[in-house]
Design a binder for this molecule. Structure first.
Ligand code: 3Y8
Ligand code: NAP
Length: 252
């Protein structure tokens, strides 16, 4: 058995620890989006594979027997490539994901279908907005320059940002309720924009917004092709114990 974990989430890290503890041969993969990704207890590679063909070649060259896509629900391209490359390679593939967040009593969510729709939702007069979507999709919000944006980024930006009025905090999660309440209060935040990432690593800002009665523009997840999905490390371990390895591994 030789497992490839496509990582970058809290759940991927938990899975990596579980496989390392059980001495199950595995590799961990990051895209290379941030300067210093969290260290993992597994041999780790960083960078793209080169599309579906590159991933299929990697699977073959490294004699991967099981592919676990534990990427973030907004890592749409990686997940599509994983499905295609696993099918092409005849290798079992499983997605480890977390259920989307659902609004609770007291929440003031405006649910939108994507980044552009979130930008349109900010068409009102000046507000102080926590734009908690990271770095990659900030340019869309230049169309709403009237707001003051609070940006939470993993790395300090190395170039000027496309938003005229903004403040930056450098932080990587998982985040805490105490910390996010303080952040919203200190910056006088009046509205939040975030992705429906699910999981526990970034939910604190939603609990804080509920307690402060703040509206949230919630960007819903991109649609993905149907695939075998589980929501726990335990379920992945059970799948690994029973999923048939490819023929090459069975020596037939
Ligand atoms: C490089 C690797 C762990 C994993 C921790 C989770 C939790 C904290 C919440 C906010 C939202 C955001 C962002 C966020 C969260 C966890 C998880 C999660 C959101 C790291 C990591 C990598 C990345 C990439 C980075 C993106 C950015 C997104 C910041 C590691 C820390 C906003 C997504 O500068 C950039 O280019 C950043 C890019 C993709 C989204 C974007 O478009 O900018 N994550 N985040 C991964 C790689 O190279 O393969 O160091 O841990 C991982 C984590 N980020 O093990 O503890 O599981 O979701 N990451 C979002 O959800 O909205 C922050 O601020 O409230
Ligand atoms: P994406 O748009 O779906 O992927 C774009 C390309 O990046 C992929 O086609 C692949 O390149 C490469 N890539 C993505 N994830 C990879 C991985 N784990 N290992 C190797 N290559 C990877 O991805 P993204 O949304 O930028 O996310 C990148 C990473 O950040 C992922 O690990 C994801 O789990 C993590 N992350 C993302 C978010 C988010 O909001 N998007 C939040 C938290 C964590 P090739 O085609 O060249 O193979």
């Amino acid at each position: 058995m030789n497992v490839l974990i496509l990582g970058g989430t809290t759940e991927a890290s938990a899975l990596a620890n579980a496989l390392a503890e059980r001495r199950i041969p595995a590799l961990f993969s990051y895209a290379g989006r941030v300067a210093i990704p969290k260290a993992q207890p597994l041999p780790t590679r960083v960078g793209g594979f080169g599309g579906v063909e590159g991933l299929a070649a990697f699977l073959a060259d490294n004699r991967i027997t099981h592919l676990v896509d534990a990427t973030h629900p907004f890592a749409e391209q990686m997940s599509r490539n994983a499905i295609a490359a696993a099918k092409q390679s005849g290798i079992p593939c499983l997605a480890l994901t977390r259920p989307p967040w659902a609004p609770q009593a007291g929440d003031r969510w405006q649910r939108v279908a994507g980044i552009e729709a979130a930008m349109v939702a900010l068409s009102g007069p000046h507000e102080r907005v926590l734009l908690a979507i990271g770095r990659q999709h900030l340019a869309a919000f230049a169309a709403q320059p009237q707001h003051h944006y609070l940006l939470r980024l993993v790395d300090r930006p190395d170039a000027s940002l496309p938003l005229p009025h903004h403040s930056v905090v450098i932080d990587r999660g998982p985040f805490t309720l105490e910390g996010d309440l303080a952040l919203l209060r200190e910056h006088g935040i009046q509205r939040l924009v975030c992705k429906n990432s699910g999981g526990d690593g970034a939910v604190a800002k939603l609990t804080a917004a509920r307690q402060l009665g703040l509206p949230v523009v919630m960007i819903e997840r991109p649609a993905l092709p149907s695939r075998h999905e589980v929501h726990s490390v335990k379920a992945v371990l059970a799948w690994l114990a029973h999923a048939p390895a490819p023929e090459t591994e069975r020596g037939v």
